[in-house]
Design a protein around this ligand. Structure first.
Ligand SMILES: C[S@@+](CC[C@H](N)C(=O)[O-])C[C@H]1O[C@@H](n2cnc3c(N)ncnc32)[C@H](O)[C@@H]1O
Length: 363
């Protein structure tokens, strides 16, 4: 193959990326993935189970083999690969709901990305719909449950990295702000039996959060508060979590939310922001591409943005918070901030500077 053909082949694969999303989403939705979860099966068997059109199931399975989601075994049967198994509902780390979210919900606004690049406005703003992403979700219960389930599937994975990176032993009372149905808080309370906390989110999340809290048997250690985080936050908490919240909003909204955090924290608490960080050096790596594509997703969807470490530091400083530490947690980073009145040496993710000896320090 000539060098030129290799380049155009790669480009054609990138251009056709939407086909991959749709194929994976169909495999989850039609039931092919769950039909294979218990072990290898023939296409005819899977088609009968789903139920679905047998010849088309064979074509879907052929594509899934090409994508590395399924493999062929002797006797003409198919099985899930190690990667494909992460799509099955019965996997503890299932990304099946995330696949449905990408393939059914996100795919629609992405079609008009050019309009947002031309105007800097979200799909909802361009369509003239009132209230933004979360109002749209509130009006559409099906979209709301798809969205919430997708967040659960992603956050379940991220929670493991957060728990491996950060010691919540002295976190005190935790408030998970914009915590959805409570996945992160529940994981933390599960790992730290002496800890208590509360999820704060819109009313829409209340029933799901109470169900998740009950399923995790966390009883009186976990609470839910329906509130608008732009209006104000309750005091009496020591640690505020903000996971995948700030990236939904522009700087002006983040300033209001962080000022509310600063006000509610008092003198001694801390804010843990858990987000992807845009890298300073842009290259063709998959990690840079995935954060940058997330950034476009924020431009088109809720109207927020992905940010660099420096941009988060500026948001915090402007809100009266001092970044004490930035640390990696898998694909995410923890940006840990305290009220500015507490003197502390800054530590960058890359960083050489350590906090002064004797100060309480997590991680
Ligand atoms: C991207 S989701 C992240 C959910 C959760 N932190 C996670 O990472 O799984 C953002 C959350 O912010 C909540 N939210 C949006 N606007 C809000 C507001 N004004 N007040 C409280 N919560 C809000 C949404 O309902 C949603 O659950």
């Amino acid at each position: 193959m000539s060098a030129c053909a290799a380049v155009t082949d790669r480009l054609l694969d990138l251009i056709g990326g939407h086909r991959v999303t749709a194929t994976i989403c169909a495999a989850v939705e039609v039931g092919v993935i769950d039909a294979l979860a218990a072990g290898p099966r023939a296409a005819s068997d899977i088609a009968a189970d789903c139920p679905a059109h047998e010849a088309s199931i064979k074509r879907l399975l052929t594509a899934l083999v090409g994508l590395g989601i399924c493999g062929c075994v002797e006797g003409g049967q198919y099985q899930l690969t190690e990667m494909g198994a992460y799509l099955a509902q019965r996997s503890e780390s299932s990304l099946g709901d995330w696949a449905r979210f990408e393939g059914k919900m996100l795919v629609r606004p992405w079609i008009g990305l050019s309009d947002s690049v031309r105007t800097g406005r979200t799909s909802a703003e361009i369509a003239g719909s009132e209230g933004g992403r979360y109002e749209e979700i509130r009006r559409d219960p099906q979209a709301a449950s798809l969205f919430d389930a997708a967040m659960v599937s992603m956050t379940r994975l991220v929670a493991r990295d957060v728990l491996a990176a950060y010691n919540f032993g002295d976190a005190g009372r935790i408030l998970d702000i914009g915590g959805g149905t409570g996945t992160l808080l529940i994981a933390i309370l599960g790992a730290y039996p002496a800890t208590i906390g509360c999820v704060l989110d819109l009313q829409r999340c209340e029933a799901g959060a109470w169900k998740a809290i009950a399923d995790a048997r966390l009883g009186p250690r976990a609470d839910f508060l329906a509130a608008d985080f732009f209006v104000g936050l309750p005091s009496g908490f020591d640690t505020f979590l903000l996971k995948s919240v700030l990236h939904n909003w522009d700087d002006a909204h983040c300033a209001v939310l962080l000022a509310n955090c600063r006000r509610a924290l008092g003198r001694s608490g801390r804010v843990l922001v858990i987000e992807r960080l845009l890298e300073q050096f842009q290259d063709a790596s998959s990690s840079h591409a995935s954060t940058a594509l997330n950034d476009l997703n924020m431009l088109r969807g809720p109207g927020g943005r992905e940010r660099s470490e420096q941009a988060y530091r500026k948001l915090m400083t402007d809100a009266g918070l001092r970044v004490a530490r930035v640390m990696p947690a898998g694909r995410y980073h923890l940006v840990i901030a305290e009220p500015q009145s507490i003197p502390q040496t800054a530590v960058y993710a890359s960083g050489a500077e350590e906090p002064p000896a004797g100060r309480r320090r997590n991680g």
